[in-house]
Design a protein around this ligand. Structure first.
Ligand code: HDL
Ligand code: ZN
Length: 416
């Protein structure tokens, strides 16, 4: 391939980033086989917990009244409050508009019932195809929690595979609620007891291994508070040392730590009630340094942790950092973090994940992030071209495929 001319660079980068088929390494989506656990459609978009939190800042409604409403009534209130009575330029509101626009609906009509009719006319299978087609997402990794009664029942019954979806074993209850879940694990046939004996460790490892097999999980994940410390003499740290890390090594899958949630500072908001706190990078440093045979995927929730996390990634090849998570998934911060990461780590990162909870969100979360990442990548290529570097379109294609999935799959296949 010929060298890319400077005057063509921006259009070449934009086209390649726009067209690349993405592996979305962290979502809360499910295959259609999970039934109503897969959320989709405009009422689910409007009642996404991000918009609920924003609605309470304006609406004259108390928490109990709101939670007693039907999904449609909640969506009507959110639509009126955030889209009609106020302009919808917050990122979560803008996202709804991007979805409707990219579906080809008339956003200027503001006709919510007309939008509802579009979804009413679709089956879930049709709509999954539409969203994957428009978003150009190739694969989505789910968040699969064996402690969730509804989800476990689906796995136990057997669920039809959809090649576009992969599973991730999510173990928050094990690590943050051991005193209440050990008896559940026992009831499922694992001979554990509350005290952390060697036998209990062995049975927890068997439980984890069984679920990794059952789900064919590509990684094991946990969301941890901003107060997470490691090493530590807590139950959480002991379960990580004696169960999580050995099983991940044995299965050669990454342990994904999502660190920084300041849980439920406003419980009345339910799922929307979590906030953020600066976390201790020393925990990440220690894990990467002391478990060189383990692979760690890490994302941190606090903007203040991003630079030190990127520096730590420079030190450890068994660490792959990912995404602009949750409260960082906003254009100004995605730009800032991505620029800093490219400058410190080049292509050896996963710049973004969607965290989509509603299927339709794949459309907007990726449409928005593609544009930002393409713009940063253009600037970085321009800088090296100004220094005389000659770049081919093939090389840009190679770099972009790495950023939007290749680095993830290479990391999964890496044997340390
Ligand atoms: O723990 C997580 O995976 C977070 O992403 C939470 O699910 C959070 O509620 C969320 O949806 N963030 O986008
Ligand atoms: Zn998530």
């Amino acid at each position: 391939m010929a060298a890319v001319k400077e005057q063509d660079l921006r259009s070449v980068v934009n086209r390649i980033v726009d067209q690349v088929r993405i592996t979305d390494v962290h979502t809360h989506l499910y295959t259609a086989g999970f039934g109503d656990m897969l959320l989709w459609g405009v009422d689910e978009l409007l009642t996404y917990h991000y918009l609920i939190a924003e609605t309470f800042r304006y609406a004259d409604v108390n928490y109990d009244e709101f939670w007693k409403m039907s999904k449609k009534e909640q969506a009507d209130l959110i639509w009126k409050t955030l889209f009609i009575d106020n302009s919808p330029y917050s990122e979560s509101c803008r996202g709804v508009l991007t979805v409707l626009h990219e579906l080809g609906l008339d956003v200027s009509s503001r006709d919510l019932d007309a939008y509802r009719q579009y979804f009413a006319d679709k089956t879930v299978d049709e709509y999954v195809d539409i969203v994957f087609e428009i978003s150009r997402v190739k694969n989505a990794v789910m968040t699969n929690d064996p402690f969730d009664e509804k989800e476990r029942a689906v796995w136990e019954k057997g669920v039809k595979k959809d090649e576009r979806f992969f599973a991730a074993l999510r173990i928050d209850p094990l690590l943050i609620n051991w005193e209440n879940v050990w008896s559940k694990i026992k009831s499922w046939g694992y001979n554990v007891e509350e005290s952390l004996t060697e036998d209990t460790y062995a049975e927890v490892r068997r439980f984890l291994s069984d679920w990794i097999e059952k789900m064919d999980a590509v990684y094991m994940a946990v969301s941890l508070s901003n107060k997470f410390r490691y090493p530590d003499d807590s139950v959480q740290a002991k379960l990580i040392e004696h169960c999580i890390l050995p099983v991940c090594r044995d299965k050669n899958i990454p342990f994904a730590l999502m660190i920084g949630v300041n849980r439920q500072i406003n419980p009345d908001l339910r799922l929307a009630g979590d906030a953020v706190g600066k976390s201790d990078i020393e925990a990440v440093n220690y894990l990467c340094a002391n478990y060189p045979k383990n692979k760690f995927m890490v994302t941190m929730l606090s903007r203040e942790n991003q630079h030190e996390l990127a520096v730590t990634a420079r030190k450890f090849r068994n660490l792959l950092i990912f995404g602009c998570w949750w409260f960082l998934n906003n254009p100004s911060i995605i730009d800032e973090i991505t620029r800093m990461r490219f400058e410190l780590l080049g292509s050896s990162i996963i710049p973004q994940h969607s965290d989509a909870r509603v299927l339709d969100q794949l459309i907007y979360k990726w449409s928005h992030s593609r544009k930002i990442i393409a713009n940063v990548l253009y600037d970085k290529y321009k800088d090296i071209m100004d220094a005389g570097w000659v770049l081919t379109e093939e090389e840009i294609q190679r770099d972009v495929e790495k950023l939007f999935g290749g680095a993830f799959w290479d990391f999964l296949n890496k044997k340390l």
